[in-house]
Design a protein around this ligand. Structure first.
Ligand code: NAD
Length: 491
């Protein structure tokens, strides 16, 4: 059992009350690490440290170039440590080492990108409509930002928030998922090595109600950046609204993956498999509704089932494993209950549909599961399962595909497979989603915005626009002094 401590004001510390909680390895099922269990008192200490670092000391005097240089150093340190960080993530969330290794190496790009962007955010001088006046617009940081992350991609989703928040000059308090706190704490060693001053980045570990909500409602917190489920997102949005705090919310999805009859099936079949079964379906962008055009339906389905059936369940550290465990027992039960609901609603299971446990594992697996005869009004087609469960539907033409695709409460992402460029453009315009992939799926990048329509979220992460989510404009008026004849009339 490894003992971790929280990172507050540049010191490693325990919870004030001394409480702890444990984190289990989803593959072995055994607890491997212990963390301080923060409550409102610990959150207050962390927010005060962040507030102090924002208002006094070195950080407020750092130039944007100095902040950028520190982020660039952090990117280099992450690259050196990527394998080790990925191993910790696998131990905590059970996802494949092959995926988490790539993710941790790629994640360094966010720090390099926003490091480069830090001193390229320019204000402007509007041609103001008053004589003898110069008006300047500066972009200033917000203050203390609360960064709350989920368990499925802890360090990557933190990078989407932490890199722009620091580039913009804010200070932060991070609350990682109670299931995956270790990698975020390990990152703090690198944050310190990169020369980021004490108190600029703080981490409290604990649960949503005990640590997350006190962080959201703390009066000194000015912004909340959250990735997670819909119900927590709703609670955070409501609490933030009461104090007029800014929010960025990255929530769930029920993304359509649409295959037209002119698609390159050699690309589309693996695209559909990876869209839903990669990470055991535990991704916000999972292509959990597969829409197949009538004329290719049977052929596509046969190839899809063949490929999914061959997927190997096993140890996420082993390179030959394709399907990793579901991260928690609660999530496992939720996925299985959706499978039962789908059956009860009349969907037909053509692959999987059961729990599994490969030899040597003490964890919880679900077989890759495919349902056909799904109607779009069934719960399995409308609600996020967050597991390896695919709903397949058929469509006649473009209009019907669009109608089915958009008929959900979510709008995070959509996939389109076609060789017809004009159709691709039309579909990308008509689909209600923050991201549309044509002939690819699951790609994200630090250079392009990511976020959801409808109940999938608010605001955008990534790309050059995202830094504005951590800045506020200030309008400064410089006037030549003039004697005013009548001070009661505005100039
Ligand atoms: P979750 O909402 O249970 O928890 C996310 C984080 O919020 C955790 O740190 C948790 O402790 C905290 N939290 C929970 N309740 C809270 C509250 N009331 N106040 C403050 N903090 C609270 O989500 P999860 O199960 O960890 O993650 C899975 C969900 O995340 C899925 O719905 C998935 O779609 C979503 N997700 C979205 C994206 C995206 O970018 N859109 C990416 C990954 C995951």
């Amino acid at each position: 059992m490894q003992d971790y401590r929280m990172w507050v004001g540049g010191d490693w510390c325990d919870a004030a009350g001394g409480a702890t909680f444990a984190s289990a390895n989803p593959y072995t099922g055994e607890n491997w690490a212990r963390f301080p269990r923060a409550d409102a008192q610990d959150v207050d200490r962390a927010v005060e440290a962040a507030h102090l670092a924002f208002t006094e000391g070195d950080w407020p005097n750092w130039t944007a170039s100095a902040r950028g240089a520190a982020l660039t150093r952090l990117a280099g340190l992450i690259t050196e440590e990527a394998e080790r960080l990925a191993e910790i993530e696998v131990r905590d969330n059970g996802k494949l080492m092959a995926e988490m290794g790539n993710q941790c190496r790629y994640m360094a790009n966010w720090y390099a990108y926003y490091g480069g962007l830090a001193d390229k955010v320019e204000g402007h001088v509007p041609p103001i409509d008053k004589p003898g006046v110069v008006n300047m617009v500066h972009y200033e940081p917000l203050g203390v930002c609360a960064l709350i992350t989920p368990w499925n991609s802890p360090l990557l989703l933190l990078a989407w928030k932490l890199a722009p928040a620091l580039a913009a000059g804010n200070t932060v308090v991070i609350k990682p998922s109670e299931y995956t706190s270790a990698s975020t704490l390990e990152l703090m060693v690198l944050v310190e090595k990169a020369g980021i001053p004490p108190g600029v980045v703080n981490v409290v570990t604990g649960f949503g109600a005990e640590a997350g909500m006190p962080l959201v409602t703390h009066p000194l917190v000015r912004k909340i950046a959250f990735t997670g489920g819909e119900s927590a997102g709703q609670a955070i949005n409501e609490a933030a609204a009461r104090d007029f705090k800014k929010v960025t919310l990255e929530l769930g999805g029920k993304s359509p993956n649409i295959v037209f009859d002119d698609a390159d099936l050699d690309a589309a079949v693996p695209g559909a498999v990876s869209g839903i079964f990669a990470a055991s379906g535990q991704t916000c962008v999972a292509g959990s509704r597969l829409l197949l055009q009538e004329s290719i339906y049977d052929d596509f389905l046969a190839r899809l089932v063949g490929m999914a059936k061959a997927a190997r369940l096993g140890d996420p550290m082993a390179p030959e494993t394709n399907i990793s465990p579901v991260a928690t027992r609660a999530q496992h039960e939720k996925v299985l209950s959706y499978i039962e609901t789908a059956r009860a609603e009349g969907a037909r299971c053509v692959l999987g549909g059961k729990a599994a446990r490969p030899e040597g594992s003490g964890g919880h697996f679900v077989e890759p599961t495919i349902f056909v005869d799904v109607r779009n009004d069934m719960r399995i087609a409308q609600e996020e399962v967050f597991g390896p469960v695919l709903s397949v539907m058929r469509f006649r033409d473009e209009d019907e595909a669009v109608a089915i695709a958009n008929d959900v409460l979510y709008g995070l992402a959509a996939g389109v497979w076609t060789r017809d460029l004009t159709r691709a453009l039309r579909m990308s315009r008509r689909l209600q989603a923050g991201t549309v992939w044509v002939n690819t799926y699951r790609s994200t990048s630090y250079t392009t915005p990511f976020g959801g329509w409808k109940r999938s979220g608010l605001g955008r992460e990534n790309g050059s626009e995202a830094i504005k989510e951590y800045l506020q404009p200030k309008s400064v008026w410089l006037a030549e002094p003039v004697a005013v004849a009548n001070p009661f009339i505005r100039r």
